[in-house]
Write a protein that binds this ligand. Structure first.
Ligand code: AGP
Length: 613
């Protein structure tokens, strides 16, 4: 969850690290810190709260040096405070470290080290690592060997970067399990380390991703990769195409706003080259789909968390409709702890923006162990999820920085549509003529989303009216039921308004008890086969005094007699309607959060990549 950056080279390390942390602040933002090694030893600045506090501290009391590490924290052990902030320093002041993950056996290690005289200064699990490394070094081991010995004693998923005054020409980093990534950036006469590549793309596009149980010793112009037993390993250098500029806010007030407005472009990018709009042919080369493979699969599980899980619910609808393949959608955090029935005839599809969500990765690993084929829809290039899957579809949404996911959601829905088309074609459930129509439909999608965005000002006005609500109910049916869930999640994440998303037909089985004149009910009543049914739900809500906001299709005049407020979207092909319908809900949540003065891009308690359980 935390953001990590390291630098060695001729530039001022604190500047590079601080710039990198700024791009990673979405990963954790309850405290931050930087350490450098210069002639005088290790120097550290840490502060609680957002990075701005650390920046202010550095203006008062600057750091200088060519070897530096930094961290933004998302607290797991120990409250957010200055003493719990990273980097953590060994008792003798000779080793310093930043860490992402959880040391599950830290209590027993802490007791062991305390018994040996170590004086702990924080409540974190992290501190045991640095104290132990320092003790191994005091006994004569190199930084690399001391780190290796220490990591061998840790339980759990962990990623670390270390440096020591006793070997001030190097950084040592390592990754065990799915604790967020560690990427090495190769520069000319300088090297970079980061938990997430946007932190360093400004300097280099040549990236090595550390796999689990790999360690790297990084000097100014070299790197050496080994496994945790010290055996040399071959490094694969990836050339990354992401544009660092897309990780900037530009003219927008918030990243989330920018990312909402980037959706037409993201959809063009994700569809581009994958569907021939003339012939209707879908090509997903990285999925490695063959007729034999597809014929062998009789069941698909989709595993994901949060917004990606809601994408999976839409995916079930798409794949079952177009490919007639049975699909079950599971929260990855549940899937990993029950006993799903999997075998070599099962495919398991992960959907993940970050590609580093610990629960989703664990679910995929479990599926792998049971012989399933692993597929993934992933945004973050080079992420663990991408690397461990047999077949992937890259979202091509570009870096998503706002904690609340928007463009990655719509890009993953577009990818699910393509996957459903590809599977349907291979399974013979879609004729070439149908496929051409499906291609025509999706060709219109970016423009339809663009038209919704033209009405941004309407959502601002709506937010003005509803921003004081303390509860919201979102209703949808069929393929739009997951969109109701996603609308509710967006609102609660960034505005802290309690919101529920429900399949509208379920309202009468419970949630209807909540409805009164204080409770806005947002109903997705666009024109589809369930339109009449949705109108009945609107009437039921109105009969209980609810204030109904109807999300309707342009030109639907009848709905105006049913709802208190009507917002409209252009008519969309039914299977693509979720992608169009979610955009007004994103805009509404965004403007309500802004109106309430909330921290839109970094909502409290959340982090972008959830790399712990
Ligand atoms: C989305 O707005 C959330 N912040 C969150 O639910 C997110 O979708 C979830 O944590 C899964 O993340 P992933 O797609 O990176 O795996």
């Amino acid at each position: 969850m935390c953001g990590i950056v390291g630098y060695i080279g001729p530039r001022q390390g604190p500047d590079v690290v601080l710039g990198g942390l700024r791009r990673l602040e979405y990963r954790g933002y309850d405290s931050a810190g930087i350490a450098v090694i210069d002639g005088a030893g290790i120097d550290i600045r840490r502060d609680v709260g957002k990075l701005g506090n650390l920046e202010a501290m550095l203006r008062q009391s600057p750091l200088a040096g060519h070897l530096a590490i930094g961290h933004t924290r998302w607290a797991t052990h120990g409250v957010p405070s200055q003493r719990n902030a990273h980097p953590h320093l060994g008792m003798e002041g000779r080793v310093v470290l930043v860490h992402n993950g959880i040391v599950e056996n830290y209590q027993s290690l802490r007791e062991e080290l305390s018994a040996e005289g170590v004086d702990f200064r924080s409540e974190t699990d992290t501190e045991v690592i640095v104290q132990m490394v320092e003790r191994f070094m005091a006994a004569g081991l190199s930084l690399e060997e001391a780190a290796r010995q220490t990591l061998g004693r840790l339980n759990g998923a962990n990623a670390v970067v270390l440096m020591s005054v006793d070997q001030p020409d190097r950084l040592v980093c390592a990754r065990i399990g799915n604790a967020g990534g560690i990427a090495l950036g190769i520069g000319a006469g300088e090297m970079f380390i980061a938990s997430d590549i946007p932190a360093i793309l400004e300097y280099t596009r040549q990236i090595i991703f550390l796999e689990s149980r790999q360690m790297a010793v990084v000097t100014v112009d070299d790197y050496r990769l080994t496994d945790l037993d010290g055996r040399p390993m071959r490094a694969e250098v990836h050339a990354i195409a992401w544009d660092p500029v897309s990780a900037e806010k530009g003219e927008y007030k918030h990243f989330m706003q920018k990312e909402i407005f980037e959706q037409p472009r993201a959809l063009i990018d994700t569809l581009g080259g994958r569907i021939d709009f003339e012939t209707g042919c879908v090509s997903l080369p990285e999925m490695n789909l063959t007729p034999e493979l597809v014929a062998n699969i009789d069941k698909l599980y989709i595993v994901a968390c949060g917004t990606s899980y809601y994408a999976g619910l839409v995916g079930k609808y798409l794949i079952e409709t177009l490919a007639r393949l049975p699909v079950e959608v599971e929260y990855a955090s549940e899937f990993r702890y029950y006993d799903p029935i999997l075998n070599e005839r099962t495919a398991v599809l992960s959907i993940t923006q970050s590609g580093e969500t610990a629960d989703t990765l664990a679910a995929a690993e479990q599926a792998r162990a049971q012989g399933a084929t692993l597929w993934a829809i992933v945004n973050a290039i080079g992420s663990q999820s991408m690397r461990l899957s047999d077949g992937t579809i890259a979202m091509h949404a570009g870096p998503e920085i706002g904690v609340a996911s928007t463009k990655a959601f719509t890009a993953s829905l577009a990818d699910l549509y393509l996957l459903a088309c590809a599977l349907g074609t291979l399974r013979g459930t879609i004729t070439p003529a149908q496929m051409r129509r499906l291609a025509d439909d999706v060709a219109r999608l970016p423009a339809l989303v663009g038209r919704v965005l033209e009405h941004d000002a309407d959502y601002q006005a709506l937010a003005e009216r509803f921003h004081r609500a303390s509860d919201f109910l979102f209703l949808g049916r069929g393929i739009n039921y997951p969109i109701a869930m996603e609308g509710a999640l967006k609102l609660k994440e960034i505005s802290y308004i309690h919101a529920e998303g429900y399949p509208a037909g379920e309202m009468k089985h419970g949630p209807i008890a909540l409805i009164d004149e204080e409770m806005p009910v947002l109903a997705i009543v666009t024109k589809d086969s369930l339109y009449e049914k949705m109108i009945s739900q609107v009437q039921q809500a109105k009969a209980r005094g609810g204030v109904v906001i109807a999300l309707a299709t342009e030109g639907d005049e009848a709905i105006r007699g049913e709802a208190d407020v009507v917002i409209t979207v252009p008519e969309a092909p039914p299977l693509l309607a979720p992608i169009v319908n979610v955009v007004p809900l994103q805009l509404l949540s965004y403007h309500i959060a802004v109106r309430r003065g909330a921290d839109v891009d970094q909502p409290r308690n959340l982090a972008k990549s959830v790399t712990v359980e």
